[in-house]
Write a protein that binds this ligand. Structure first.
Ligand code: HEC
Ligand code: HEC
Length: 329
C-alpha cells in the first residue's frame, strides 16, 4: 500500500517535471517570435559609410553605450580608440534586473555575422544564436530607422577598427531572463527616408532615432507616463548623486523661452574642447550625451528644435541637479 502510494507520488512528480520542462521547451522554441535572419547583403559605399558614421556617432549614438567613457570629464566623452569595443556595465545600482554589458560591436566580435543577422539584432533584438537582447539596447527604437539609414550603419560598422575586447556575459534575474524573449517583433523598416525638406517630420524622425524620449519622457518600469511626453523630470541615481532630465516641451518651464539659435548652440558648444572640463571626483556630471550629439549638423539640431516646438506643452519645472550648486547648472 505504502509502496503504491510512493509510486503514484513519484509518477505525479515526474509528470509535473515533464509538464514544466515541456512548457519551458515550448516557450523557448516559441519565443523570440521572429523569422530567421534574411540573406540580404549590404553594399558598402563611401556615401553609406559616411552617413552611417554620422548616425552611429552623433544621432543614434551607438558609441554612447558601445565604447569606454571618461566620466572624469564633463558629459563623459568617449575614450579615444575605444569605439565599438563595448564593456560598459549597467547594473542593479541603475535599477536594472541584473548586470548587462554593452557588447563589442567591432569586427572582432561581429565580423562573422551576416548582414541579415546584424540587421535583425539591431532592429529586432535577437542575436544569431536566438538569444534576446535586453531592451536597454534600443532595438525597438532602431526598428524605426529607414532602410537606407540602417544599411549605412551596417556599412559603417563593417569598417571600424577591430578591437580585441572580451566582454563578460550578462546576468539577468529570473523571470526577466525569460520574459524578455516575448519582446522582439518583426521590424518593418520604412522604405522612404525623411529628408531635411520634410521639416517637422524630419525633426521627429531624428528625435525618434536619437532616443531623446528614453530619458526625457518620464516612465515607470519602462512604461512612459501618459501625457508627459518630453516633460522631463526622470531621475537618474548615479554614483555622484541624482540628476533629472530637462523639460523639452514648449512650455515656459521647458524650452518655451529658448530661441532656435540658443538651442543649437547649447549642443554645439560641446564640440569645443574647453567645454569638456575635468569634473572633480564627487562633483556632478551629466548623462546627457552632449559630446556625441554636438557633432550633429546645425541643420539637424534645428529640425529637432522645430519638432520639439510642436509637442504639447507640459508645465514641469525641473531641477536638473537637486544637490547643486554646480558650475554648469
Ligand atoms: C542605450 C545604450 C545602447 C545604445 C545607444 C546602443 N546599444 Fe547596442 N547594445 C546595448 C547593450 C546593453 C547590449 C547588450 C544587451 C544584452 O546583452 O542583452 C547591446 C547589444 C548590441 C548588439 C548585439 C551584440 C552581441 O554580441 O550580442 C549589437 C549588434 C548592437 N548592440 C548594435 C548597436 C548599434 C548598431 C547601435 C546604434 C545604432 C547601438 N547598438 C546602440 C546598448 C546600447
Ligand atoms: C541618456 C539620457 C538622455 C538622452 C538620451 C537625452 N538626454 Fe537630454 N538630458 C538628459 C539629462 C539627465 C539632462 C539634465 C542634465 C543636463 O542638463 O545635462 C538633459 C538635458 C538636456 C537639455 C538641457 C536643458 C537645459 O535646461 O539646459 C536639452 C536641451 C536636452 N537634454 C535635449 C535632448 C535632446 C534633443 C535629446 C535627443 C537628441 C536628448 N536630450 C537625449 C538626459 C538625456
Amino acid at each position: 500500500m505504502r509502496q503504491s502510494l510512493l509510486l503514484a507520488l513519484s509518477i505525479v512528480c515526474s509528470l509535473l517535471v515533464i509538464g514544466v520542462a515541456g512548457g519551458l521547451t515550448y516557450f523557448m522554441v516559441r519565443f523570440p517570435d521572429v523569422p530567421p535572419p534574411t540573406d540580404e547583403r549590404v553594399e558598402i559605399t563611401l556615401d553609406r559609410t559616411i552617413r552611417g558614421g554620422y548616425l552611429a556617432q552623433h544621432v543614434a549614438v551607438c558609441v554612447d553605450c558601445h565604447s569606454s567613457r571618461d566620466f572624469g570629464k564633463y558629459a563623459g566623452p568617449m575614450v579615444d580608440g575605444t569605439e565599438g569595443q563595448g564593456g560598459f556595465r549597467f547594473g542593479p545600482e541603475l535599477g536594472l534586473p541584473g548586470v548587462i554589458y554593452a557588447r563589442n560591436i567591432t569586427p572582432t566580435a561581429i565580423g562573422a555575422w551576416s548582414d541579415g543577422e546584424l540587421i535583425r539584432a539591431i532592429t529586432s533584438g535577437v542575436r544569431p544564436n536566438g538569444e534576446t537582447l535586453f531592451p536597454l539596447m534600443p532595438y525597438q527604437t532602431f526598428s524605426q530607422l529607414c532602410r537606407e539609414d540602417l544599411e549605412s550603419i551596417v556599412a559603417y560598422l563593417r569598417g571600424i577598427p577591430a578591437i580585441d575586447n572580451e566582454v563578460p556575459a550578462r546576468e539577468l534575474d529570473f523571470p526577466i531572463n525569460l520574459l524578455i524573449r516575448t519582446l522582439p517583433q518583426v521590424a518593418e523598416l520604412r522604405a522612404d527616408c525623411p529628408k531635411p525638406s520634410d521639416g517637422v517630420a524630419y525633426g521627429q524622425y531624428l528625435v525618434t532615432i536619437a532616443g531623446c524620449a528614453d530619458c526625457h519622457t518620464p516612465s515607470v518600469k519602462g512604461e512612459p507616463i501618459p501625457g508627459r511626453n518630453f516633460a522631463g523630470g526622470q531621475a537618474f541615481d548615479l554614483p555622484w548623486g541624482q540628476i533629472r532630465s530637462a523639460n523639452l516641451t514648449p512650455d515656459e518651464t521647458g524650452l518655451g523661452n529658448w530661441s532656435r539659435e540658443q538651442f543649437i548652440d547649447r549642443f554645439k558648444v560641446y564640440e569645443l574642447a574647453d567645454a569638456i572640463r575635468e569634473v572633480p571626483a564627487g562633483d556632478f556630471n551629466t548623462l546627457m550625451p552632449w559630446t556625441f550629439y554636438s557633432g550633429m549638423t546645425r541643420e539637424d539640431l534645428g529640425a529637432i528644435y522645430d519638432y520639439l516646438r510642436t509637442v504639447p506643452p507640459v508645465q514641469n519645472a525641473v531641477d536638473r541637479w537637486p544637490q547643486g550648486p554646480i558650475a554648469q547648472k
